[in-house]
Design a binder for this molecule. Structure first.
Ligand code: IVH
Length: 672
């Protein structure tokens, strides 16, 4: 290395950094630690500043933005950027498929490529001899704006293509978007500095690309997925959409791993339904699925109607955002005493369901969004997540809009409400004397992942708590048939069923029991870790802070919560009473290393498991000492892929991580 000339060293650093960038931003699989990457980057910056004659405009150091431009110039697209026709149900999609078969004069099933429709901004990148020379917005499809300076700051866009047979000119099209995590972090930081926050990731991406100052864009967490091509000169981009995407990926461009090739429109619909279920787990917003005829020859034959191709269609998901009127605000009290403002709305159809309530989260959020009673508000509902008020349509604020005030007293029990300085959440101080907190505690205790008492749900708990039939958890086990029958809508049969479920639930596991107690911040996985680490309630209760923190997942805060819990003598008595009532679990052997044959092994479970539930598989693996992680990385030892496994499977394959099926897992678990 010492003997390298500056020019050689610059070349070698550039090459190394490009390889690491590709691993990090395109494959989502970092190849070196951040600190080492930073060292290489700084060394290159230093050398380039000492030898400006060797500075390449596409060097990895040139991502930080350049001097502001004064205006955007217009760019004419070499090939127009098209838009897409929409479909809103399966019938329309079938009609699309039928039109295609008719035009192609075939009754054979058509091969389609299914692609998530990202909700961002379409851009076109122009590479000449593998070097990025231009980036443009879609504009009206014929003319766009030159945003090259901003495009160059997006790390998932290669400044130089890699691999072989790169066309002399390659225009690549795709979507620039802001990942959800980056979006929420960005908004949090902006709010803390009293700066403008964006209503949704799409606006954030658009606002970031329309910056004259690319140094601003460089600080925005943008990313891109590529999905089509424009002009290509002197190059082979394949004869199908699928081959083309593969080539783009080989040249170092980022392609969505969820994309699939299918045959027939029924398979397209299955893909749509599957992704629809997965939609809320993706790291980015999608608003539908795009289906494209795979064969370029057939695409050519089908052609266009006005601006949209006949060979592609966007099947939209139900809208997730709508506007409606905020009529009033109530405050709800949860299991932990958190007092949450809830907006009562004029009912509106959003995300496939009628919504008349939405959370406003807390008082800080209300202040940040400046929400008032009487406002017209934007409501967002994403799958099974609670609908939320996203923002206010300020132009429509009536003169008599009213400020929202935090109540001084708990609306349920009348105890004081504490809202400590610097904390977002206000809390009722009534603890378990507050019926709302008590009901929440019972709901948590009887939930499936806790004591799993079938039939002891929200409605019946509310009645039993209000009738003072349930005060402490142990009361559950002395409920009697006679007093149950006759309470709201409870017949003899239901009462018998409930009592049988209570009886059956007495046999549990230590982990579930600890979780059921509802100790603050002790979730299911922490509870299991505590159970496996200590083996008994007595050992946990007796442990000091350091010993508690030796448990996987347990940090200072959780350890302090545990100590505070056991410090209350009534909690200790409650646990004794529950055991006296018959709650029991098999002994947990605190395993020695030999008993943990999978110690140190990292597993990822993905797709649908059919033989055992995922929770069950996870628990069995953890009991053998394995770690079960949610994401695939180079450190992963095994990915167990069930049915319809998607991006995690693809990623494991690209990283060369061992991929196994459920039968293998069964076999493995049965050995111990
Ligand atoms: S293809 C040939 N594929 O949707 C048709 N568009 O409504 C050109 N979009 O302007 C578009 N994901 O901004 C295509 N996988 C995808 C897409 C996609 C998102 C956006 C794009 C386009 C708009 C049309």
């Amino acid at each position: 290395m010492k003997n390298e000339s500056p020019a050689q060293r610059i070349k070698s650093l550039t090459q190394q950094l490009r390889t690491h960038n590709h691993a990090y931003y395109i494959l989502d699989a970092p190849s070196i630690p951040d600190a080492q990457y930073d060292r290489l980057l700084r060394e290159l910056q230093q050398l380039e500043s000492e030898h400006p004659e060797y500075l390449n405009p596409n060097s990895p150091t040139q991502r930080v933005g350049s001097d502001p431009i004064s205006a955007f110039s217009k760019i004419k697209h070499a090939k127009p950027m098209l838009s897409l026709g929409n479909s809103f149900d399966y019938e329309e999609l079938q009609a699309f498929d039928k039109r295609i078969q008719e035009r192609l004069k075939t009754s054979q099933e058509i091969e389609y490529v299914c692609e998530p429709k990202l909700d961002g901004l379409a851009v076109s990148l122009r590479y000449e001899h593998g070097q990025l020379i231009q980036g443009a917005t879609r504009g009206d499809g014929a003319m766009g704006e030159d945003i090259t300076h901003n495009i160059r700051t997006i790390k998932s866009i290669p400044l130089k293509l890699q691999g072989d047979n790169i066309p002399a000119v390659l225009e690549v099209r795709g979507e620039v978007y802001m990942p959800l995590k980056g979006f929420s972090d960005f908004n949090k930081r902006a709010a803390a500095k009293d700066e403008k926050v964006f209503a949704n990731p799409r606006n954030a991406a658009a606002g970031s690309l329309r910056q004259l100052n690319s140094k601003v864009t460089a600080r925005r967490p943008l990313a891109m997925y590529c999905y089509s091509i424009g002009e290509v000169i002197d190059g082979d981009t394949g004869s199908t959409q699928w081959d083309m995407l593969e080539k783009l990926a080989q040249w170092g461009l980022r392609v969505n791993p969820e994309i699939q090739k299918v045959t027939g429109i029924a398979a397209c619909w299955q893909y749509y339904e599957r992704l629809g279920k997965k939609r809320n787990k993706l790291a980015y917003d999608i608003d539908g699925i795009v289906f494209k005829v795979n064969s370029f020859a057939e695409q050519q034959q089908l052609g266009f109607v006005s601006r949209a191709p006949r060979w592609a269609i966007a099947e939209k998901f139900p809208a997730q955002e709508e506007i409606t009127l905020l009529i009033s605000v109530d405050f709800q009290v949860g299991r932990t005493g958190a007092v949450t403002p809830v907006a009562r709305l004029e009912p509106v159809f959003v995300g496939g369901a009628m919504v008349s309530n939405a959370t406003l989260h807390n008082m800080d959020e209300i202040a940040r969004k400046d929400v008032r009673i009487g406002d017209t508000v934007v409501i967002r509902r994403a799958g099974d997540v609670i609908p939320e008020v996203v923002s206010v349509v300020l132009e429509q604020r009536p003169k008599n809009a009213r400020q929202i005030k935090l109540p001084l007293q708990c609306p349920v029990c009348g105890s004081g409400v504490a809202h400590p300085e610097g904390e977002a959440v206000a809390r009722c101080m009534g603890a378990l004397d507050c019926p709302a907190q008590r009901k929440g505690a019972f709901e948590h205790y009887s939930a499936r992942k806790a004591m799993d008492i079938d039939g002891l749900g929200e409605r019946i708990i509310a009645v039993l708590v209000d009738n003072k039939m349930l005060t402490t958890f142990a009361d559950i086990y002395s409920l009697e048939r006679d007093s149950l029958v006759g309470i709201e809508r409870m017949g003899g049969k239901s009462a018998d069923n409930l009592l049988a479920a209570i009886e059956a639930s007495k046999q549990t596991t230590l982990g579930k029991f600890i979780y059921a107690l509802g100790i603050r911040e002790v979730g299911e996985s922490t509870a299991n870790n505590l159970a496996n680490h200590f083996g008994s309630i007595a050992a946990i209760a007796a442990a000091d802070l350091d010993t508690l923190q030796a448990t996987p997942d347990v940090g200072q805060v959780v350890a302090a919560n545990l100590q505070a819990f056991w410090g209350e003598s009534h909690n200790q008595s409650m646990v004794n009473a529950l055991q006296a009532a018959g709650v029991h679990w098999p002994d947990v052997q605190v395993p020695s290393l030999e008993q943990q044959p999978l110690a140190g092994k990292i597993f990822v479970l993905t797709g649908t498991l059919t033989i055992m539930a995922r929770d069950e598989a996870k628990a069995s693996l953890m009991a053998l000492g394995a770690k079960v992680s949610g994401s695939v990385s180079k450190k992963t030892d095994y990915v167990v892929a069930g049915e319809s496994a998607g991006s995690k499977l693809t990623k494991a394959q690209s990283l060369g991580v061992a991929v196994k099926d459920e039968a293998w897992l069964q076999q493995l678990l049965s050995q111990y």
